[in-house]
Design a protein around this ligand. Structure first.
Ligand code: SF4
Ligand code: SF4
Length: 325
């Protein structure tokens, strides 16, 4: 339970807690103390990483994820153009084979704006809640959200420009996302309009794909330019209320990325690729307070860290419903 509360605190913008060594169990303290005695293993990892750097291979899980994301979004497009009513609507509100589905954040905004509970929306919201809870919450971000895909491509460009000194990575206070979440909820309630929907790059891109491009795409372009030149993945890290909503859903999800201290040599490859590296603070030398831990709720389950880790310290874990207690 304390693990879930800590995960929620970090999700809302708090800094990951540092547990003092004296409060860690003996076996964890011992493992931290003797971690770097295996010089041979450490040298082998160094050589392996240098080799990987020179012979870069495509990230298989990333390619699979992109394929899933494109397929889901294309399903909306194909259904619309062929009028087969398999998947109707857009990501924010849809019907899949007749079942109502609603993006949780949009549903919340609609209910706040109209100030009453729309029954169809409630059914859709419940379906989507259970689905994303089972799948990991922010899995929505990296496996479905169309903005995530373009932001990942922009991030690749950002990294290249940064290496040349042509871009910077300004860090903002992560609590900004929580404040924006509250602000948009209050605005919906006060104005009767789903204000966030008009500026949501997720909704704008989803609608543009299905119904054709509109002027709102300029806004998405501006966010991407900001991310490319000034702040890596800024929208998803510091602003998007949808990401926070799905993070809350996934806080107790049975699907997690799992960390094993014993296998970790703290070289930090995982943190380099992660768009929310604060959830991987536990991989920094001396930080993990237990032998095994689940990565926090802000994790999007993109699985890039699982591919990047040279020693198998991070793995996919499906605990099943029995593993939740
Ligand atoms: S944080 Fe928002 S924009 Fe980013 S991937 Fe998640 S839903 Fe999409
Ligand atoms: S912790 Fe791993 S799976 Fe989670 S967001 Fe970061 S890189 Fe992706």
């Amino acid at each position: 339970m304390s693990g879930i509360l800590e995960s929620l605190r970090v999700l809302l913008g708090g800094d990951p807690k540092r547990v003092p060594k004296k409060e860690m169990p003996d076996e964890v303290r011992e493992l931290h103390a003797h971690k770097f005695s295996d010089k041979e293993r450490i040298e082998a990892i160094r050589i392996e990483l240098a080799h990987k750097e020179q012979h870069k291979m495509p990230e298989k899980k990333r390619r699979l994820r992109w394929a899933v994301l494109i397929a889901v979004n294309l399903l909306f497009v194909v259904s619309y153009y062929l009028d087969i009513q398999l998947l109707e609507g857009a990501l924010t509100a849809s019907r899949f084979m007749g079942f109502h589905m609603a993006d949780l954040n949009s549903a919340l905004q609609v209910m706040l704006a109209f100030k009453h509970v729309v029954i169809n929306l409630l059914i859709g919201t419940a379906t989507v809640f259970v689905l994303w809870w089972l799948l990991g919450g922010r899995t929505f971000c990296s496996w479905v959200c169309p903005y995530h895909l373009v932001a990942e491509w922009a991030e690749m460009l950002h990294e290249k420009l940064r290496a040349k000194g042509w871009a910077m990575d300004i860090q903002f206070d992560r609590r900004s996302r929580t404040w924006l979440w509250i602000l948009f909820a209050v605005l919906a309630f006060a104005t009767g309009y789903t204000v966030y929907e008009t500026i949501s790059p997720t909704g704008i891109l989803s609608r543009a794909l299905i119904y054709g491009p509109g002027v709102a795409l300029v806004w998405v372009g501006l966010i991407l330019l900001f991310e490319i030149f000034f702040s890596r993945r800024a929208w998803c890290r510091y602003a998007c209320p949808i990401g926070l909503t799905y993070g809350l859903v996934g806080a107790t999800s049975p699907f997690t990325v799992h960390y094993k201290l014993e296998n970790c040599y703290h070289e930090g490859e995982c943190r380099k690729v992660c768009l929310v590296p604060h959830v991987l603070d536990l991989t920094i030398k001396g930080r993990a307070p237990a032998l095994e831990l689940d990565v926090g709720a802000d994790c999007t389950r993109c699985l890039r860290c699982v591919d990047a880790c040279p020693t198998g310290a991070l793995t996919i874990k499906y605990k099943g419903l029995g593993g939740l207690v």
